[in-house]
Write a protein that binds this ligand. Structure first.
Ligand code: NAD
Length: 315
């Protein structure tokens, strides 16, 4: 069957790379990218449409026109930005998802992908090797919109047999597109600044350990979870997933192996610190390993090498 794949929120950090990977896998003609605003650089192969995921009529027209077989919903307000605009974050993250779930049922979409986040965990969740199932008391609007979103996904799977698949991404590190306002963005800014000015002031403190994942692994994991036979999936809320966990200080030391004069300092009292302190330090992703063979390739040292090499070429 020929796939027709819609990606909503395609101009962002993940969408930019996911669209390229899906084009490579299924062919340019099969991929329809959509965002609320036009991309700064339009990919010559792009089949792009401007769509607001909160505009039900426009969304329905999009589904009617393309009759998608798969939908990837990436439009969301992220953790740090969400705290600045809490009601807007709730509206976009919830209503956007429910609009897509309803239309996917109505148009009999074969598979839907929607990402959750490690932000679904909170201060009372175990911090180390945070398990798939545990106390979840997220303290950010972003976190509890994602947790509610997971419940909706499982509900639509149970009530409507919608084949929805989801991953709780940790902080994603990439060099192609800018990050969208999350708490782990320091781990991207640091590379840009190390190359530009030789110094960086981290908005998270020295020993704040967080789970991270290199974008190539995140894309590979996303394609894997979408490919696996439905009967292999035990989880229809969202799968824990992770790469290496590290602190700003450990990342700084890794960068100093390539740039010995790199200087790292730390901001006191940044509001993002509170968010980071409520999140896991590391994640147990054994369900993903067992159900669909998840096994990330990039550790901290490989991420550092890749980021510096690719960003240098861009300069
Ligand atoms: P991003 O902010 O970089 O991109 C989101 C895109 O959605 C943007 O291009 C934006 O223009 C678009 N958008 C915003 N409002 C829209 C609307 N009303 N209609 C249509 N498009 C709209 O985000 P990202 O980092 O690519 O994240 C994508 C998804 O992955 C989100 O659900 C996010 O919560 C999740 N996630 C990301 C990370 C990460 O580290 N990047 C970690 C965990 C989960």
């Amino acid at each position: 069957m020929e796939e027709r794949i819609i990606i909503i929120g395609s101009n962002g950090q993940i969408g930019t790379e996911l669209a390229a990977a899906l084009r490579q896998k299924f062919g340019n003609e099969s991929i329809i990218t959509c965002d609320i605003k036009a991309p700064t650089q339009l990919d010559p192969f792009a089949n792009f449409e401007i769509v607001n995921v909160l505009d039900q009529q426009a969304l329905k027209a999009l589904f009617e026109k393309h009759k998608p077989t798969q939908v990837y919903l990436l439009a969301a307000l992220l953790s740090a930005t969400g705290e600045q605009f809490p009601k807007k974050a709730w509206e976009l993250n919830m209503d956007g998802l429910i609009n897509i779930l309803d239309l996917s049922v109505e148009y009999k979409v074969s598979k839907v992908f929607w990402p959750s986040s490690i932000a679904v965990f909170g201060p009372h969740s175990p911090k180390d090797q945070t398990p798939q199932y545990c106390i979840m008391d997220p303290s950010t609007v972003y976190g509890f919109s994602k947790l509610a979103g997971e419940r909706w996904c499982e509900y639509y799977h149970q009530k409507h047999r919608l084949d929805i698949r989801s991953i709780r991404y940790p902080g994603l590190i990439s060099w192609k597109a800018a990050p969208g306002g999350g708490t782990t963005d320091y781990a991207i800014h640091i590379f840009h600044e190390a190359l530009l000015s030789g110094k960086y002031e981290s908005f998270l403190s020295e020993n704040t350990r967080l789970p991270m994942l290199y974008m190539d692994d995140a894309i590979a994991g996303t394609l894997q979870v979408m490919d696996v036979p439905a009967e292999n999936l035990r989880i229809r809320s969202s799968y824990n997933l992770t790469g290496p966990s590290f602190t700003p200080s450990e990342l700084g030391e890794e960068i100093q192996k390539y740039l010995p004069d790199f200087q790292l300092s730390y901001t006191a009292d940044d509001p993002r610190q509170q968010i980071a302190d409520s999140w896991p330090k590391s994640i147990d992703d054994s369900y993903a390993r067992e159900d669909w063979g998840w096994n990330p390739e990039f550790d901290l040292s490989a991420i550092t090498k890749e980021m510096l090499t690719n960003l240098r070429k861009q300069q």
